[in-house]
Every structure is written in structure tokens, then in C-alpha cells.
Ligand binder design. Structure first.
Ligand code: NAP
Length: 330
């Protein structure tokens, strides 16, 4: 059936400026790491992308290796763009990345110019898009000069393959250096994509300060710790869950996760007192930083996207709430 987006799609979403750029991103963005691959039902992927756009989620995040199999999430997005979303291309921000293993041999991963440009071209082909809005170096490469990786990103923009560039999981020091190189090249770094959630707070030790100083935005991935910061695992591991389907991804049974679940039970009480679900509390909490541009969630069904977007109804925290959360997390 032909898709017509809701007229109300821009009524409630918040859009935050990415660093000191001109680009605003939705406070909640949708990533296609899981549940959009060739092994997943296409109609569910379509329903999630449609509903997200209807709710003002204008940003979808890809990487070359998302699937499974690798590359297939790009094909899924490409197909749904073609069938449903093509008329709205200028209302969408689609990002992609290269850095992890994609093909055998010395040019199939990391951060060389050879790999990044070839991977970007493959990704454009798989998605059928003319350009990406943001192209990332997915991880720092200890063996390639940073200048080479950054100049490849600059070239990707200059050659029309992308509009902006970003970096993912770079340390504070690497970020500062990358930012300076990119600025000198004339393609400022738009955004950094680090993991950040209640259980993984490394960005508070230096990275957020560097991003603020350099005028770079921040979009944090796994704000729900892949589902642990929701109600879903509190009683059991449901069959239809990432922990059950991809054993090893969440290191289930791990003592750390069991300890975390005990904390989630306590955190849920704070969420309930705020009139929120656990997932909503976790999303509001990452967005409490003024420099946090967007929370990049994953989803396996439409209701999870609706749940996440409703977090925006209550983003303010009292001092008391924040210190109760700290007490539980520490
Ligand atoms: N740059 C990088 O290196 C990097 C690395 C990882 C991810 N990412 C990006 O970040 C995106 C998000 O990562 P993520 O999937 O780990 O994020 P996440 O939001 O922490 O976890 C998403 C998962 O949590 C569960 N979930 C979500 N909402 C829920 C709700 N309301 N109630 C109960 N369960 C809920 C779902 O799992 P079920 O399937 O169990 O339902 C969902 O697939 C990825 O798609 C990707 O774009 C980037």
C-alpha cells in the first residue's frame, strides 16, 4: 500500500543542533544494526521505518556491516527508501560508516583511504542512494595515520558521496586531533558516535569536554545497553529478544549483567515515580547532557520506537532524582 506520512510528523519531536553545525537531528534516532537484515521480516522493518518517520525520527543510522548478513541492512533501507520514502529523501538524514571487517584481504577493514572510499561506494550501491548525509570512520585505526583517514573522509564529502563526516568510538585525544585535521581540511567534524548509557559512562571522562570545545555534536549508541535498561529482562530472557536470538552478543548469564539487572529493578522505581517506563528513563537520562544531540536507539518492533519517542515528554530531572540514580549506579 502506498505510504503517506502523517501530517503531524513534526509536531512533537525535538531537534537538537549537532555541535556548532547548522544541522539539527531528532533527539531520538533509529539505528539499523539489528532487525533490519536479510534474515529479518521485511514488513516489520518497513513498519518500523514508517512509524519512526511519522513520529519525526528523521535520522536513520547504518553501517556497511549491519545485517546479518553484512550489507543487508543497507539493502533493506534501500528497498524501503525506493518503495516508501523516496519522495521524502530531503527530509531524512541517513548515515553510514566503514571501519569493521567487510571483505577479505588487507583493504577490507580499518581506516585506509583505499578501504573507506571503496566501502562508501559499495554502500551507495547497496542502498541505491545518491549520497549519505553523514559518513563515519567507524573506529580509530591504530596503524593508519590519522591524516590519511581524515583526508579520506574529506574526499568523500568533496566528491559528493556525503554531506558531513563523523567519527565513532574515538578517544578524547584522538577526537581532538581528528577534529583539528578535519577543520584544516575544510570539512569540520559534525558528530561523534560513542556508546553511552547508565552502565557505560566513559564519555563523561573527557570526551564530552572535547566535543564541547571543538563544537562537535554527540549521538550516543546503545542508550538502553542493548535492552538491559528496559523492563524486558527483569523476570526472564524472552524468546523474542536479542539476548535469546544472538547468544554471546549480550554475554548473558554473565555476573555483570546479573548485577546490572538488580540495579534496573531499583531504577525502575524511579522511572515509575516519573511516570515513565524504564527505557524512557534511560533515554531521558542520556539526553540530560546539553551537548547530547541524539539518543540512537535500536528496535525490534514499532512499540519500542513509540516508547522511546515518548521519553521526550519528560526530559527534566530534579537534583534528587539524579542523586538517587547515581546512588543506584555506583
Ligand atoms: N558506532 C558503533 O560502533 C555502534 C555500535 C553499536 C550500535 N550502534 C548504533 O546504535 C544503534 C542502537 O544500538 P542498540 O541496538 O544497541 O541500542 P539500544 O537502544 O541500547 O538497544 C536496542 C534493543 O533494546 C531493546 N529495546 C528497545 N526498546 C525497547 C523497549 N522500549 N522495551 C524493551 N526493549 C527495548 C530491543 O531489543 P530486542 O531485539 O530484544 O527487542 C532493541 O533492539 C544501532 O542500531 C547502530 O545504529 C553503533
Amino acid at each position: 500500500m502506498n505510504y503517506l506520512p502523517l501530517d503531524t510528523r513534526y509536531d512533537t519531536m525535538r531537534y537538537n543542533r549537532s555541535g556548532r553545525s547548522g544541522l539539527r537531528l531528532p533527539a531520538v534516532s533509529l539505528g539499523l544494526w539489528y532487525n533490519f537484515g536479510g534474515v529479518d521480516p521485511l514488513e516489520n522493518a518497513r513498519a518500523m521505518l514508517r512509524r519512526a518517520f511519522d513520529l519525526g525520527v528523521t535520522h536513520f543510522d547504518l553501517a556497511n556491516n549491519y545485517g546479518p548478513p553484512p550489507g543487508s541492512a543497507e539493502e533493506t533501507l534501500g528497498l524501503i527508501m525506493k518503495q516508501d520514502l523516496a519522495p521524502y529523501r530531503d527530509e531524512l538524514i541517513i548515515s553510514n560508516k566503514a571501519g569493521y571487517f567487510m571483505w577479505p584481504g588487507p583493504y577490507g577493514e580499518w581506516g585506509s583511504r583505499k578501504y573507506l572510499i571503496a566501502s562508501c561506494d559499495q554502500s551507495l550501491k547497496r542502498t541505491g542512494l545518491d549520497y549519505f548525509d553523514i559518513f563515519y570512520s567507524h573506529r580509530p585505526d591504530p596503524k593508519t595515520p590519522l591524516e590519511e583517514t581524515m583526508s579520506a573522509l574529506d574526499y568523500i564529502v568533496r566528491s559528493g558521496r556525503a554531506l558531513y563526516v563523523g567519527i565513532s568510538t574515538y578517544s578524547p585525544e584522538q577526537t581532538r586531533q581528528a577534529s583539528q585535521i578535519l577543520r584544516d581540511l575544510g570539512t569540520p567534524c559534525l558528530i561523534h558516535q560513542p556508546r553511552y548509557n547508565m552502565f557505560d559512562r566513559w564519555i563523561e571522562e573527557g570526551l564530552l569536554d572535547v566535543l564541547d570545545e571543538e563544537g562537535i555534536g554527540c549521538i550516543c549508541f546503545s542508550p538502553l545497553a542493548q535492552g538491559i535498561l528496559t523492563n524486558k529482562y527483569l523476570d526472564r530472557v524472552p524468546d523474542e529478544s536479542r539476548a535469546a536470538k544472538y547468544e554471546g552478543q549480550l554475554h548473558w548469564g554473565d555476573k555483570v549483567n546479573q548485577e546490572r539487572l538488580a540495579k534496573v529493578r531499583e531504577l525502575r522505581e524511579i522511572a515509575q515515580a516519573r511516570g515513565q517506563t524504564m527505557a524512557q528513563l534511560a533515554i531521558a537520562w542520556v539526553l540530560r547532557h546539553p551537548g547530547m544531540t541524539s539518543a540512537l536507539i535500536g528496535a525490534s518492533r514499532v512499540s519500542q520506537i513509540e516508547d522511546a519517542v515518548s521519553a521526550l515528554d519528560n526530559l527534566s530531572f530534579s537534583e534528587e532524582e539524579l542523586s538517587s540514580i547515581e546512588a543506584i549506579l555506583n
